[in-house]
Design a protein around this ligand. Structure first.
Ligand SMILES: *Cc1c(COP(=O)(O)O)cnc(C)c1O
Length: 369
């Protein structure tokens, strides 16, 4: 424990590598690419990406050009793809950093082919086709128009043709098969390129969704790709908050801003030094729980910026003294559970972890394969 920080965020890089192995086993054949956008889902690109490379990962996806440039500085040899594609004027930065854009629209295709023509080279790029998410990617009609523009297409060396599923975390949802059919129809127009449809949850829909390459993010970081079933992934994150004070209260005392909690019996309240500025969401107010060892303790009152209060009346006194730590996320309350209590998903919780935690990385030192 540190003397100076009020919370400890432990990131288990062995677990990240074990999760990479586990997904790889599920795929048995197709390549597993790691999605490390948003600072590796808030866990630290500089630590997580090398750990994944040591686990054998060679292909990485990030969202933005800036993230790609950062990752290139960390991994000199990795194959790095950029979901957002290349915008006007960005071509040289892509080429200099050996980044592969995912082209999402006819406009992006033009930007890239023109850029490549000027540079007199065949720029490798991926093509994203929209099969039902309606966010980005070429629509079916844009795609069929492209077939008439083959000379232009020849300037681009299309590597991966990809699409993204809307409901992959609901295995029985009819959208999954509809999107798979739309994807098959799309790729049949493009010819033999590498194909990619599955992200974390898609891997668990079965081999017919695996194609040549899967793009996993959340599952690598311990989020359950299979909500409703036991989580097959190892937990990566533990968040501990330090108890600052323990006070006794009696009726009719209230706790916290807005006096939203009132003691109904003589109680003990522990004040923990983590709040919404640390990404411990305010929506956990009067709804969350934490753990002291094996004891679950209810969050009472509102989460404030730096502090959160828990009812520890029923916990043996020795376990809840100032300076001791409580598990805000831990072995008994994994990220998905706490995110659920906050009314959100593990993805949002991870990408909002604040900057005030003392970050402790463990493991991850596997020899480069
Ligand atoms: C973020 C993202 C992924 C990774 O999704 P996970 O559910 O975190 O595995 C894959 N593909 C695309 C297009 C994405 O934007």
């Amino acid at each position: 424990m540190t003397e100076t920080s009020a919370g400890i965020l432990t990131i288990d890089l062995d677990a990240v590598q074990a999760n990479y192995d586990l997904l790889n086993l599920r795929l048995s054949g197709p390549e597993l690419a790691a999605v490390v956008k948003a600072d590796a889902y808030g866990l630290g690109l500089g630590e997580v990406a090398p750990a994944l490379a040591r686990a054998g990962c060679t292909t990485f996806f990030v969202a933005t050009l800036q993230e790609g440039i950062e990752l290139r500085a960390i991994l000199k040899d990795a194959d790095i793809h950029i979901f957002n594609g290349a915008d006007h004027g960005e071509g040289p930065a892509f080429i200099k950093n050996r980044l592969v854009p995912v082209l999402n629209s006819p406009d992006q295709l033009n930007i890239w082919t023109n850029g490549c023509a000027r540079q007199n080279e065949h720029g490798r790029a991926d093509l994203h086709v929209d099969t039902g998410l309606s966010r980005r990617g070429l629509t079916a009609s844009e795609l069929s128009q492209l077939s008439g523009a083959l000379p232009q297409m020849e300037l681009v060396d299309i590597d991966v043709v990809m699409s993204h599923l809307a409901c992959a975390d609901q295995p029985d949802h009819p959208m999954n098969l509809e999107q798979k059919h739309a994807f098959d129809a799309a790729v049949s127009q493009i010819g033999s390129k590498r194909k990619s449809l599955a992200s974390s949850s898609g891997i668990f829909l079965g081999p017919q969704y695996h194609y040549d390459l899967a793009r996993a993010g959340a599952a690598l970081y311990g989020v359950n790709p299979h909500p409703g079933a036991p989580n097959p992934m190892r937990q990566v994150v533990r968040i501990q908050g330090k108890i600052l004070q323990v006070r006794s209260v009696d009726t009719p005392t209230s706790v916290g801003y807005g006096a939203t909690h009132r003691a109904t019996r003589p109680s003990k309240i522990a004040t923990v030094a983590v709040g919404y500025a640390d990404g411990y969401f305010r929506s956990l107010s009067n709804a969350g729980t934490a753990f002291v060892g094996d004891y679950e303790i209810p969050l009472v009152g509102r989460v404030s910026m730096d502090l959160t209060t828990f009812d520890v009346t029923d916990i043996p006194a020795g376990l809840v003294a100032p300076g001791q730590m409580v598990d805000l996320v831990g072995p008994k309350n994994p990220i998905d559970k706490v995110a659920g209590q906050a009314g959100t998903i593990g993805y949002e919780m991870l990408t909002n972890l604040g900057m005030r935690y003392q970050r402790v990385y463990s493991g991850g030192g596997r020899a480069l394969k």
